[in-house]
Design a protein around this ligand. Structure first.
Ligand code: ADP
Ligand code: MG
Length: 379
């Protein structure tokens, strides 16, 4: 730069320009600095927030090394943050736990969100049921540069559910015992007495002198008819309480019988689809399936305005499944209006019955599309 050839005036102009540039650069630098401070401020707040949450939060990079964890994480695992930072997941969780979840880590690192529930053993808090959520962190080029792991404690919920299931199972057992006992008493006492009454009436009618029979014969006939009707009615109640077919011939026979009876009572046709030969399940499983079918049919008659139903019973890949589909008006599963909330406990009971035998219950329905109930269990 040749300063000697510049006039004083030129120099002053250039100095002023330089000055302006320096001020500009300085203010840019200051704002950059302020920005950094701001980031630090945000970082601090985020950490404070993460530390105050009762959820285990961590960030793991694509090499599966910890880059962040909150206080809850430290507390449960019994390691200080600085001990966790930079460590491989396997070193913190242990070999066994790592092997169990390696597939989930692989999945999140290939860009999928993962949710799973699992029983873990933590150094400081012991056994916990947790719901784990992995969220992939995508870099600029859509590459996964790590993932966030959120771990919620669901031990209380799981335990409460286990207790509820035990109660539901017990309730189901008590109901079945009562039904059986009532059916037996009806059979042993009332059934027998009615049979005797009927025989006696016939004897009386035969032994009567012709003159008397003429007078009271009609009354006796009417009485015999009434006794027979009552006996039939009692047999119906007995079968309703505990269909003998269920114990003797199993679910498919009992379902066929019930479907026919249901058609006679409601006019709604029920098609039962089942393989000709299907192995018997335990009586608990068959009873649960049968009661679920009964409730589903009752609901279809009561709420659906359906005119036909299909009950499909199948066994595939060691899964025993029953699907009940109606062609009625359906309903919204999200509907939480007061009237719905107060409605019966049929749906809940179906679910509890399914879960009490270790099975699963699913319901598909939406307004105008009919309702489908699926219950299945591993055998
Ligand atoms: N097959 C169905 N079609 C239409 N709506 C149904 C059906 N099954 C159940 N629902 C709806 O779900 C509600 C709850 O059913 P449920 O628990 O069995 O109780 P309840 O039958 O005593 O009302 C019913 O009141 C009805 O609105
Ligand atoms: Mg119901």
């Amino acid at each position: 730069m040749n300063l000697e050839n510049k006039t004083k005036k030129q120099l002053i102009v250039e100095i002023k320009a330089l000055h302006r540039r320096i001020t500009k650069l300085e203010s840019a630098d200051a704002s950059r600095f302020r920005c950094k401070e701001g980031h630090r401020e945000i970082d601090k707040k985020l950490r404070l927030m993460a530390d105050s949450l009762p959820v285990l939060i961590s960030y793991v990079d694509s090499e599966q090394r910890y880059r962040f964890n909150n206080k809850a994480y430290e507390k449960w695992h019994g390691h200080l943050r600085k001990k966790i930072y930079g460590k491989h997941v396997k070193d913190i969780l242990g070999k066994k736990a790592y092997e169990d979840i390696a597939k989930h880590i692989k999945s999140v690192l290939s860009g999928h969100e993962v949710i799973y529930e699992k029983l873990f053993q933590y150094k400081n808090v012991g056994d916990r049921f947790v719901r784990v959520m992995y969220v992939p962190d995508f870099g600029e080029h859509e590459n996964v540069q790590g993932f966030f792991a959120l771990v919620y404690d669901i031990t209380e919920i799981v335990k409460a559910k286990q207790i509820l299931r035990l109660y539901a199972k017990r309730l189901g057992e008590i109901e079945e015992t009562l039904r059986k006992r009532l059916a037996q008493e009806l059979h042993d006492k009332i059934g027998r007495d009615l049979a005797v009454l009927s025989i006696n009436l016939n004897i009386v009618s035969e032994k009567l002198p012709d003159k008397v029979r003429k007078k009271v014969g009609e009354h006796i006939k009417e009485s015999v008819r009434l006794v027979e009707e009552t006996a039939e009615y009692i047999r119906d109640i007995m079968a309703e309480l505990r269909p003998p077919l269920l114990d003797e011939y199993g679910l498919v026979s009992a379902t066929n019988w019930y479907a026919e009876k249901f058609f006679k009572q409601t006019g709604i046709s029920v098609k039962v689809q089942a393989p000709k030969m299907i192995s018997r399940m335990s009586i608990d499983v068959e009873t649960a399936f049968f009661r679920i079918a009964q409730e589903a049919l009752t609901n279809a008659a009561k709420h659906a305005q359906a005119d036909s139903l299909i009950i499909n019973i199948e066994m595939t890949n060691r899964i025993f499944r029953m699907t009940i589909t109606d062609n009625g008006k359906g309903f919204s599963l999200q509907d939480t209006t007061e009237s719905k909330k107060q409605s019966g406990w049929g749906l809940i009971n179906m679910q509890e019955r399914a879960e009490a035998i270790g099975g699963q219950f699913k319901i598909n329905s939406s307004p105008g599309k009919g309702t489908q109930i699926i219950v299945e269990t591993k055998v």
